[in-house]
Write a protein of this length. Structure first.
Length: 412
């Protein structure tokens, strides 16, 4: 597929690198490419995805339960009032007997106290018995009428499954529909979390006030979580994927610096899984516009490297075309100049025009240009030759990153 340059931005960064006799100018270019699917589906036109979760789509069940409990209290209220009346009447009827019993007990306790000698009377903590009369029943008061208790919806998780699918599952390069569609179903199981484990680490930090290093202990909280999620994909009546999505069937560790909010972690877990599934779907079957950068390198030494300076300018116009040109001719001419100049390479002679440093910059230009044109085999060939050179750490890191990128684009 052809490269696209939508809202391309040219950013020049003039990083001057010293060589024995040359200076290398680096120009960083931003562009956008269409990432090809690893497993393109012939005839694919649209997509249709659905999501199922163990959560309700609204608070209707909670509200219905609250309504039911309120109605049950209302229905039982008349009986509650009658029972309260009965008990109040019993208290009124028994009041006289309760008074007589209290007086009788007081009389017995008083007689027993009077029969004690002086020492025994002093030993009693409460002293002389006191008459404790029972409380006289007041007027009848009916129980409080039932009131509606609204459910606490702040601690419940709800998800509208159609909104989840529309928000998180989009196959780039295609439209939502049913014609020649990739049909996908995401079925999430219950959230599972283990006990949170608090861990500590201590390190020396400098205290500017005391001008001494002191121990500082920091804490982290680790919680093992998982949510098995089955992904099923069908195309043209054939099931092309049906399995627990990678990473959801096993426990993964969530790390926080404070005691974790499990309610929020459980909610975020849903969106996190759907985002990972969407990434997988687009890597396998979608055409994704991806922002990227590349660097064009050219030696700066007026008069001596006019050809490479020209190639650098052509490459910039090729990657960021202006006017009526689509940039193809300019980039092709730049590549031809680089390949021609490579014939002069003398990596063992620091004073050579195309010495080791300049040769490395040309190889990097050819690799970047091949990646831009999506000629990844050519990019690999140049990358192998570049990797065999005497590189510094920065160059080795560059080789590693470009190798990984090319292998991913080739589906390796």
């Amino acid at each position: 597929m052809k490269l696209i340059n939508i809202s391309t931005v040219l950013i020049s960064m003039f990083l001057v690198l010293n060589t024995s006799a040359q200076k290398i100018e680096e120009t960083v270019l931003q562009y956008e490419y269409v990432q090809q699917p690893l497993n393109p589906l012939t005839g694919l036109v649209s997509y249709s995805f659905t999501v199922a979760t163990p959560y309700p789509e609204n608070h209707d069940a909670l509200l219905a339960q609250a309504d039911k409990e309120f109605q049950e209290r209302l229905d039982g209220y008349p009986d509650e009032v009658e029972e309260a009346k009965r008990m109040h009447a019993e208290r009124e009827d028994s009041y006289a007997d309760d008074v007589a019993l209290a007086q009788y007990n007081f009389q017995l306790e008083t007689e027993a106290f009077d029969n004690l000698n002086a020492i025994e009377k002093l030993a009693l903590e409460e002293g002389r018995p006191k008459l404790r009369m029972p409380s006289k029943p007041g007027p009848f008061r009916a129980p409080t009428e039932p009131t509606y208790i609204a459910p606490n919806t702040s601690t419940s998780i709800i998800f509208k499954t159609d909104v989840l699918a529309d928000t998180y599952l989009k196959l780039e390069g295609f439209v939502k529909g049913t014609e020649n569609a990739l049909i996908g179903t995401v079925d999430m199981e219950a959230f599972d979390a283990g006990d949170t484990e608090r861990k500590s680490s201590t390190e020396k930090v400098y205290n500017s006030s005391t001008k001494q290093y002191v121990d500082q202990t920091t804490y982290s909280y680790e919680t093992a979580v998982r949510r098995p999620t089955r992904l099923t994909l069908e195309f043209n009546g054939e099931t092309i994927y049906n399995d627990i999505f990678e990473g959801t069937g096993e426990y993964s560790t969530t790390i926080t610096t404070v005691s974790p909010n499990m309610f929020q972690i459980e909610k975020d877990n849903v969106s996190g899984i759907l985002q990972n599934i969407n990434t997988y779907l687009n890597e396998q079957y979608g055409f994704v516009n991806v922002p990227a950068v590349l660097t064009i390198r050219a030696p700066k030494n007026k008069g001596e490297f006019d050809d490479l300076e020209k190639a650098g300018k052509l490459a910039k116009r090729g990657i960021n075309p202006m006017g009526s040109s689509d940039g193809k001719a300019e980039l092709t001419e730049a590549i031809q100049i680089w390949e021609t100049v490579l014939g002069e390479s003398d990596v063992n002679n620091k004073k050579a025009r195309i010495n080791d440093k300049v040769t490395q910059s040309i190889y990097q230009n050819l690799i970047e240009a091949a990646i831009y044109k999506e000629e990844f085999i050519s990019a690999q060939d140049h990358l192998i030759l570049f990797g065999e050179m005497d590189l510094k750490y920065k160059g080795e890191t560059w080789v590693t990153s470009r190798t990984s990128f090319i292998e991913k684009r080739l589906g390796n």
